[in-house]
Design a protein around this ligand. Structure first.
Ligand code: HEC
Length: 136
């Protein structure tokens, strides 16, 4: 009796089953891998507490802002600019100003303050900069 050899057709069937199994494992693996990846956060995304300065002209906030400016910004920006520019002369207003404070400026010495200063503290620093300069 002649042994029946698997036909080419049968071979194809086995082969395609293997391919399907491999593809399924790949898809499952990918899905499992993705579940563990942290969500992508783009550098500009920031959830604002206030879109405008809530402390504008508030003397207490300005005094607190001056104290914060002295301890965090003065080393580079000084009274009228040094390593960093004179912030009182900056064309950036409100949120545009705070965006630089939050994210810093890549490729320069201006650091990002997100996580180091709260948004309220940044608005207070801004209130100080916005206010007329204190008498010398
Ligand atoms: C280590 C030094 C350093 C410190 C500390 C620092 N800055 Fe700066 N900052 C810079 C430099 C340098 C620039 C200029 C960047 C450039 O070349 O565009 C700058 C630019 C800026 C600008 C953009 C100004 C404009 O008109 O383009 C803002 C706003 C600013 N700083 C705010 C602050 C505030 C507020 C603080 C304190 C919380 C602070 N910086 C602390 C170095 C510093």
């Amino acid at each position: 009796m002649r042994r029946r050899r698997p036909t080419a057709r049968a071979n194809l069937k086995i082969h395609s089953r293997l391919v399907c199994a491999a593809a399924l494992m790949f898809v499952l693996g990918e899905a499992a891998g993705q579940a563990h990846q942290p969500p992508k956060v783009d550098a500009d995304s920031y959830v604002w507490e206030h879109t405008e300065n809530p402390y504008s002209g508030d003397p207490e906030a300005i005094a607190e802002g001056q104290r914060l400016y002295r301890s965090t910004c003065y080393i580079c920006h000084a009274d009228t600019g040094a390593r960093g520019p004179n912030l009182r002369k900056s064309k950036l207003k409100g949120q545009a100003f705070l965006k630089i404070v939050i994210h810093g400026r890549k490729g320069t010495q201006m650091p990002a303050w997100k996580g180091k200063l709260t948004e309220a503290e940044m608005w207070k620093v801004y209130s100080f900069i916005e206010a007329p300069p204190p008498a010398p």
